[in-house]
Design a protein around this ligand. Structure first.
Ligand code: GLN
Length: 541
């Protein structure tokens, strides 16, 4: 079958769920028997998301092959159930880098290299490559940001040129937002009309409009959009707020969105197999009892607003595992700095059934995290430490069990005597020379599990592959001291050089992992360690 390209672009504003929409469309097409892949385009100049402050950008999603990408890539993996790679992600920086490299290698044959067409051509080359590599029937291409932004132009130009090559291979979906201003109480279509005008300026006509809104779009407004935007009435799709994003495939399928896309390509409608998804939504909505989990981190505040996107995959992994345990996930976001300012506040942790400390960088808030870990260890509250959360657990154990008050990580205090966590090989040089981009230990690495440990039991395996993103590691000099004092190393690299998992055997659940299990949790295949952690949490009153 010929590969088809479905571009998903945004109108009006960002943050309305373009990524989840793209992923859900993918799931619908996949459920009709097609091979689907997705490409995320981020219009900024950064080569990847790794060097950006998470408050500005949201989570950095790490792929199996070690690319530091956008959080939407996580949505694609969770909805499509397939691993994305660096071929599924591009930024303006990455595109220009390739064009310039090619120019330096004389690959343009002495011609003048121009922004148009050479840059959009590189974009197209990358999109086509992603399709070829996964032998996709459909490649979904999500263009980050919103139309009308200066940064978007070259990507829309790529869309236009690709369509020029083969009119029948490309369709465009505009995800727009329809506000209901409280003072009027009526859903307004004008911002969408303006967005479509912007798209038209770029020489593109949207084939579909997905109307994101609080409530489903009604008849009169559907009519208005059809008339003023020149889009077929049945190509206007309602996307009201839903209880869970995992209900979106069903929402789309019930409106015949998938078949409408097939028909627009001149293909026959096809029945979908979404039973497992419908069952998932049932599970989600039928749970009655909550499980209360605290996520202790930083990075939450931006001005007067609090963001949880920074830990999106952690949040999703908790949800998947809670549902698998028949519970409603109830998550409390806790700023670790609160415990530094006011240690008495630690008492509030008693009311939680489980505590997670996710990944993090830098010195801010680390002492608060360490105090919280001590509290959960001493009060037998299930604890799950992810990456920095594992490193902090090691420091806590050294300080309070071994009595080494100065125990620390090199990231926090390089001059301390007991460096429990130190630079990985080669990483000191990287930071000294200012080589930050893409130089962390990244991607999936094997981990051998210790027989009889909580980890081995949860996974039901001897070796697993998990994704990493770190510059520091457990210092083996102190391995024996810690093990003798009761901190079990239950996972390590197959050569025994790198400690990957630590746990405390006589605790309801106390596990720290050097990797990021959250990236591999999927709604239909929740991560075993999260499942086990939530199970322990449900046992706590
Ligand atoms: N900052 C720590 C390191 O670089 C932990 C990283 C993380 O939590 N992803 O090793």
């Amino acid at each position: 079958m010929q590969t088809r390209y479905v571009f998903v672009i945004g109108g009006v504003m960002s943050g309305v769920g373009k990524g989840a929409t793209t992923a859900a469309i993918g799931r619908v097409l996949q459920s009709k028997g097609f091979t689907v892949t997705a490409v995320k385009i981020d219009p900024y100049v950064n080569v990847d998301a790794g060097t950006m402050n998470p408050v500005e950008h949201g989570e950095v999603f790490v792929t199996v092959d070690g690319d530091e990408t956008d959080q939407d890539m996580g949505n694609y993996e969770r909805f499509l159930g397939v691993d994305m790679t660096r071929d599924n992600y591009m930024t303006t920086g990455r595109v220009y880098q390739s064009v310039i490299e090619r120019e330096r290698n004389l690959e343009y044959g002495g011609r003048c290299v121009e922004v148009v067409p050479h840059v959009p051509e590189e974009v197209i080359r990358r999109i086509e490559r992603a399709g070829t590599l996964s032998k996709a029937d459909f490649v979904l291409v999500e263009v980050g940001g919103t139309v009308g932004e200066y940064q978007n132009v070259l990507f829309l130009e790529a869309l236009r040129l690709l369509k020029l090559r083969d009119e029948n291979a490309v369709r465009t979906i505009l995800v727009s937002y329809l506000p209901v201003p409280p003072s009027i109480g009526e859903m307004k279509t004008k911002p969408t009309q303006h967005a479509v005008r912007e798209v038209n300026h770029a020489g593109i006509r949207p084939d579909f409009i997905v109307c994101r809104s609080r409530d489903p779009i009604d008849g009169p407004r559907r009519e208005k959009i059809a008339t003023f935007c020149g889009v077929a009435r049945e190509h206007i799709i309602a996307a009201p707020n839903v209880k869970t994003i995992y209900a979106i495939p069903q929402l789309f399928e019930e409106q015949g969105f998938g078949d409408a896309i097939l028909k627009s390509f001149g293909m026959k409608p096809k029945a979908s197999k979404l039973k497992d998804w419908y069952a998932l939504t049932d599970t989600i909505t039928s749970a009655t009892e909550p499980v209360k989990i605290g996520v202790i981190g930083k990075y939450f505040e931006t001005g007067a607003f609090v963001l949880s996107d920074v830990y999106l995959s952690v949040l999703e992994a908790i949800k998947h595992a809670a549902w698998a345990n028949g519970r409603i996930p109830e998550i409390e976001w806790i700023n670790s700095e609160d415990y530094e300012r006011e240690p008495k506040k630690l008492e509030e942790l008693r009311s939680l059934q489980g505590i997670i400390i996710p990944g993090g960088f830098g010195t801010r808030g680390i002492e608060g995290k360490i105090s919280a870990i001590r509290f959960s260890r001493e009060h037998e509250i299930p604890y799950f430490g992810l990456c920095y959360g594992m490193q902090c657990a090691v420091i806590e154990y050294a300080r309070n069990i071994l009595g080494w008050a100065d125990a620390n990580t090199e990231e926090m205090n390089p001059n301390t005597h007991h460096l429990m966590i130190h630079f990985m090989e080669g990483q000191r040089e990287n930071t000294e020379r200012g080589r930050y981009g893409g130089t962390l230990r990244l991607g999936a690495w094997p981990c051998a599990l210790k027989h009889g440990s909580i980890a081995a039991e949860a996974y039901g395996a001897k070796t697993v592959n998990e994704r990493h993103r770190h510059r520091y590691e457990f210092n083996n000099v102190y391995r024996e001291n810690l093990e003798c004092a009761g901190l079990m190393v239950s996972g390590e690299s197959p050569d025994g050089e790198l400690v990957e998992i630590v746990e405390i055997p006589d605790h309801p659940f106390f596990v720290g992992v050097q990797f990021h299990p959250e990236f591999q949790s999927r709604p239909l295949a929740p991560h075993p360690l999260f499942v086990q952690f939530i199970q322990a949490a449900t046992q706590r009153a």
